[in-house]
Structure formats: C-alpha cells, structure tokens
Design a protein around this ligand. Sequence first.
Ligand SMILES: [Cu+2]
Length: 130
Amino acid sequence: MLLKRRQLAGALLCTAAGGATAFYVHAPAVAAGTADAPARRLSVQARKFDFAPKEIRVTKGERVTIVLTSPDFVHGFSVPDFNVRADGIPGKTIEVTFIADKAGKFIFLCDNFCGEDHDKMTGWLIVTET
Ligand SMILES: [Cu+2]
C-alpha cells in the first residue's frame, strides 16, 4: 500500500478541463511489469474529436491502467502495438490494463467511426527506457 501511494504521488495528472495535453510519469517505486505490481492509473477522456491527454508518457516495464471516459459517443481507445483496445461508454468509466513492455512512440486512436473528424482522433503513447 505504501509503495502504491509513492507511485501515485509521482504522477502528475492533467485533465481536459485544465487544458493540458500530456501527463508525465516518473520511474516506478517497485519492480514494474510483474503481475502483482500495482498498475499506474492514467485517466484518458475520448470525445469528438480528440483525446485528452493526447500524449501519455510511461516508463518501459510499467503496468498501466487506462481509465477511460467518453462523454459524447462510444469512442474506441486502441493501441495497436500493444494489442490494447476498449470502448469508452458514455456514463461509465472503463479500465484497460497492459504492460508497456517495449520502448518507443506508439499511436493510439479511436477505432469506432464517430463522425467527420474521426480520423483526427489520435494520440501518442511514449514509452521511455528507465
Ligand atoms: Cu471517436
């Protein structure tokens, strides 16, 4: 529990209301990437026609839980390089967990056609080495 609190304290979360487009996550306090490691919870809002934040930064090996909300449509949240996807359902909070086990810059996108600017609904998952 103590370790989990320490981990969470390292995350700076910026919401859509704050106007920021990214949050940055520091190195985990415990060995990451293991099944019992606490996941870092990162809030993402999908809405017509963007994501907030548009950029997510994590450290390689971290177990990450995306906490997805979607106020206006059943948008998709898909990170093809990690075989991660979920539907954001209005009125619900959806969670999807994965291990960021490779470093690089990976696109995430809405994969449910949601209107004229659907193709612009993209963002970046940036996984850095420790
Ligand atoms: Cu969409």
